[in-house]
Design a protein around this ligand. Structure first.
Ligand code: ITT
Length: 200
């Protein structure tokens, strides 16, 4: 075992995971690098089921240890929505990240602020034909009614970290990668990866 497949089709996640995993001395490859086109239906009942399904499908298709991330944004004033459905949170098919942010703000109109929220990430690591290990991470903040910043992806421009008074999109990637839900999940995944790849 000498390569780790970053099992996601989301370019924002790929960049962050490459940066978060770069110190491990493990060769990282993406689906594009190995010419693998795979869309896994995310029909699990929770983040764990979806992350495990994605990691196992990519491991099976590639023959490589695969790391998948299933994540979402849970907004308290929306009763935890969009949560598991964050990537598909829009009535119109073909909607993009900007459409989803605008739709979220429409749904929050008239609700008292602060619009507290948290990001959640579950990471699954699957060995081809073998078991799947799961870890997770969270990051608390609040949704604000206007976009700020151009970094990151998804809901980052409307997700404020109140203690920094910056949105996730106003952070440099290395700052986001010190405190995000994904960074925290990766921290919990590192001992598993070191063990699988025989690193000390
Ligand atoms: P893969 O399944 O291929 O990994 P995806 O985008 O479909 O890509 P998810 O099903 O896990 O991934 O959806 C997560 C969604 O939650 C993502 O599309 C964003 O809308 C949102 N999200 C997750 N992490 C985020 C982050 O760090 N910043 C902003 N939005 C995030």
């Amino acid at each position: 075992m000498n390569k780790l497949l970053i099992a996601t089709n989301n370019k924002g996640k790929v960049k962050e995971l490459q940066d978060l995993l770069k110190g491990l001395d493990i060769e990282l490859v993406t689906p594009t690098d190995i010419g693998l086109k795979l869309e896994v239906e995310e029909d699990g009942a929770n983040y764990e089921e979806n992350a495990a399904k994605k990691a196992s499908a990519f491991a099976q298709a590639s023959g490589l240890v695969s790391l998948a991330d299933d994540s979402g944004l849970e907004v308290d004033a929306l009763d935890g929505a969009p949560g598991l459905h964050s990537a598909r949170y829009h009535p119109k098919p073909g909607a993009n990240d900007a459409d989803r942010r605008a739709y979220m703000l429409e749904n929050l109109q008239g609700k008292p602020r602060p619009w507290t929220a948290h990001f959640h990430a579950t990471i699954a690591i699957a060995v081809p034909g073998g078991n799947v290990q799961l870890v997770d991470g969270n990051c608390r903040g609040e949704i604000i009614p206007e976009e700020r910043g151009t970094g990151g992806f998804g809901y980052d421009p409307i997700f404020l970290l109140p203690e920094l008074n910056k949105t996730m999109a106003e952070l440099e990637m290395d700052e986001k990668n010190r405190l995000s839900h994904r960074a925290r999940a990766v921290m919990n995944a590192i001992p598993i990866l070191k063990n699988l790849f025989g690193r000390s």
